[in-house]
Design a protein. Structure first.
Length: 273
């Protein structure tokens, strides 16, 4: 297992280099001049040239790429133009809410999706199964940003139970932190739990059709232990599926709930709401 993890980590290095190189070239091929944007519309040509020299944008593209790789190897990700501070510092500022949101969303998806899939498979082709699968279909069809907006509208605007936006750091108390994370975590976790429920249902149905399970579930005292065995097997399969999808949740994208996630990442931090 350790050798497999090491191989996978080493395989990430060339992939990351290729992605970084392509992204760097595409950014420079895109229309627009960062120096002109920084200088402003009223800046003179001399001001734009001065900013280009300060940022190293006047050098050839291969030299810029090599300089960027050298800085990256030293842990220097550069200076954020919009935030006016180092990129590393900006990332570290958001590590806490990102990790907490990821863990909270995975927990919600697991606690909802796995039991729903197990119960649905246990009562296959029954009304319970149809209801759970209908809810799972609705959950898969609802975009994360729409779920976030609906949660904000219901529980923040109408009921006033949770803050509409903002993140309360752990230093102000874990209850306030939890309260600020509930809505964005549910917006991410509930939608993903629908997919996990379908995976868990399919996995458990496969196990339930095995001959040794059919024999164990025949009219005998072993029927309930057999079902519990299937549940444990299904849970492990679903957990592997959760780990495979967790990379999507670590840094949520714009089309995966930017509205709800903005309530976690919005600045400045407040001591209350």
């Amino acid at each position: 297992m350790k050798a497999y993890v090491v191989r996978r980590l080493l395989a990430l290095i060339p992939v990351a280099l290729v992605v970084a190189t392509v992204s760097f070239v595409l950014i420079h091929l895109a229309p627009g001049d960062p120096a002109s944007v920084i200088a402003g519309p009223d800046a003179s040509r001399e001001d734009v040239k001065r900013i280009e020299r300060q940022l190293g944008l006047d050098a050839p593209l291969p030299m810029q790429l090599g300089r960027w790789y050298l800085q990256l190897a030293q842990g220097d990700l550069g200076q954020s133009i919009f935030l006016r501070k180092p990129v590393t510092e900006a990332i570290l500022d958001r590590v806490e809410p990102t990790l907490l949101l990821t863990l909270f969303a995975i927990a919600i998806a697991s606690l909802v999706g796995v039991p729903a899939g197990v119960i649905s498979a246990r009562y296959h082709n029954s009304a319970t199964d149809q209801v759970f699968m209908a809810l799972a279909l609705v959950g898969i069809s609802v975009p994360n940003f729409l779920a976030g907006l609906l949660l904000i509208l219901c529980f923040s605007v109408w009921l006033g139970w949770f803050p509409v936006a903002g993140y309360s750091p752990l230093e102000y108390g874990w209850l306030k932190t939890l309260r600020s994370l509930v809505l964005p975590a549910f917006a991410l976790g509930i939608v993903q739990s629908a997919l996990i429920a379908r995976i868990a249902r399919s996995a458990m149905l496969d196990v339930l059709r095995e001959q040794y399970i059919v024999t164990a579930r025949s009219p005998s005292p072993l029927a309930r232990p057999a079902t519990m065995y299937c549940s444990r097997s299904t849970s492990s399969i679903a957990e592997r599926a959760i780990r495979a999808m967790s990379a999507d949740w670590t840094i949520p994208s714009a089309n995966a709930g930017r509205t709800s996630e903005r309530s976690v990442l919005s600045k400045p931090y407040s001591s209350g709401e």
